[in-house]
Design a protein around this ligand. Structure first.
Ligand code: FES
Ligand code: FE2
Length: 484
């Protein structure tokens, strides 16, 4: 297998660097020094989803976003959305919020430091220093008193920030995944609900639980039971794998009934993603005229469902994409990742979106937004804060609850004597390896354009192979197969 080009440089600064792409050292998920490396070398240089734009609809609206001890103010100004490091230029007090979750509007009063009352406008300019005569003139140079900017871009209904002012743009970093999601109406989606929880697990463990569909059979058996063909064909082997096997004699009508049941399970299990309004439309096509074999009938039926969803939601005034057209022009993956800590689960016209931030080496804050379209004037009040629940709360939809049941257990298992590394399938768990080796690239301070190229190549890598990062744009590493 081709070695990662930077392995030697990485091991010098990072004793837990990955040397075999199929083997992830377990200490990377709890080692304090490795966590500090991530805080110093990864997080200050990556694009982070900071807030949803419906949280800051009016000029002057701001929200605080914080991660690994760094607080940022994201502000809607007359010239677009801007972001600043949240500290007073006098003695460092956060000039707004400070608890990590605050929001407000600064159009009338600007930002006022609570300690000695210095002020800034929404463009970051200092507008007031109380008792100027108490300072030397060279301490109060206007430009030097301005709030320190943080790179900020908007895309897909969200504001993204990057502490690295020299970082490649969001587009250069993420690549075509942005176009795919945009074609599916990403920027027109609004938040329907927002939940959060604290998980006793490293943030990467939580992310990795969503990087393959191989866990569906054991973790979400209800999904496989309704449409075994879908999962067994992909992950099963000669023995048929887990759960029920494919019934070759299933009638077209029974198969469609199973497909509808699967949509219902996805919809109720996620309280969204496959939205209830879309399931209702699909149900209305249970008796549609279809070809006589399952193989021919299924694509025809899904085409009818997508056409009906597009038409009926547009009739209600929702600005949804033409699903049959975008499935051809811009097919999306079941999960689309924006490295490092944000991902989307697109389905028909709605999506679930997840963000995971570390709160320590072995804890993380896990958030889920359910996103959908609304007709103009029917948008709900944007949630300004998540509803925070214990991770084992019965109020979480079933599918995230099933994922949460494994994540803290896995964190414990990593500490077990003799468990030195995770062994990954090079065919369907490659994204885990690719993510982790990209983190190593940040820790080794690899050139930014190379890191951006590698990040672009993670787009579409869900359920995918281990990639050869030695060459920009190179095919999958030797021995790995599947879709890059
Ligand atoms: S610390 Fe902000 S005005 Fe003094
Ligand atoms: Fe899952």
């Amino acid at each position: 297998m081709a070695d990662y080009d930077f392995a030697e440089a990485m091991l010098a600064t990072n004793p837990l660097a990955i040397t075999d792409p199929r083997a992830i050292p377990s200490r990377r998920y709890y080692d304090e020094a490795f966590y500090q490396l991530e805080c110093e070398k990864l997080w200050p240089h990556v694009w982070q989803m900071a807030c949803r734009l419906e949280q800051i609809p009016e000029v002057g609206d701001w929200v605080e976003y914080s991660n690994v001890g760094k607080s940022v103010l994201v502000v809607r100004t007359a010239d677009g959305v801007k972001a600043y490091n949240n500290h007073c230029r006098h003695r460092g007090v956060p000039i707004a919020g400070g608890d990590g979750n605050a929001s407000g509007n600064c159009a009338a009063s600007g930002f006022v430091c609570p300690f000695h009352g210095w002020r800034w406008n929404m463009d970051g300019e200092n507008t007031f220093v109380y008792g100027r005569q108490l300072f030397d003139a060279d301490q109060l140079e206007h430009a030097d008193l301005a709030l320190k900017p943080v790179k900020c871009e908007t895309w897909g209904g969200c504001a993204f920030i990057n502490h690295d002012l020299d970082a490649p743009s969001l587009r250069e970093t993420m690549g075509p995944v942005l176009d795919r999601l945009e074609a599916h109406g990403m920027s027109k989606l609004r938040s329907e609900w927002w939940f959060a929880t604290e998980l006793p697990a490293n943030w990467k463990i939580a992310m990795e639980a969503f990087m393959e569909g191989y866990h569906v059979m054991a973790t979400h058996p209800q999904l496989q039971h309704s449409v075994p063909a879908l999962y067994n064909a992909r992950y099963g082997d000669d023995t048929g794998g887990l759960g029920p096997s494919i019934d070759p004699d299933q009638s077209v009508r029974d198969n469609i009934a199973s497909q509808i049941e699967n949509l219902e399970l996805l919809s109720s299990g996620m309280a969204g993603m496959c939205h209830a309004k879309e399931v209702e439309i699909a149900r209305g096509l249970a008796d549609a005229d279809l070809p006589s074999t399952v193989a021919e009938a299924l694509p025809v039926w899904f085409g009818l469902v997508q056409e009906a969803i597009t038409r009926k939601l547009r009739e209600r005034g929702e600005d949804v994409p033409d699903l049959n057209a975008v499935c051809q022009s811009d097919p999306v993956n079941a999960v689309e990742f924006l490295f490092p800590h944000y991902f989307l689960l697109p389905f028909f016209t709605s999506m679930a979106s997840y963000r995971i931030r570390p709160t320590g080496p072995e804890t993380c804050r896990f958030e889920i937004w359910s996103l959908t379209h609304f007709a103009p004037g029917e948008e709900p009040q944007a949630p300004m804060e998540p509803t925070v629940l214990p991770y084992n709360s019965q109020d979480f939809p079933m599918i995230p609850r099933q994922d949460y049941s494994n994540i803290p257990l896995q964190q414990k298992g990593l500490h077990s004597e003799g468990f030195d590394f995770m062994r990954l399938s090079g065919k369907v768990e490659g994204l885990i390896s690719n993510y982790q080796r990209l983190i190593d690239g940040y820790i080794a301070e690899v050139d930014k354009p190379i890191l951006a190229d590698q990040t672009c190549r993670l787009g579409g890598n869900f359920d995918g192979p281990i990639l050869d990062f030695a060459q920009p744009g190179a095919p999958p590493a030797e021995g790995a197969t599947g879709q890059a």
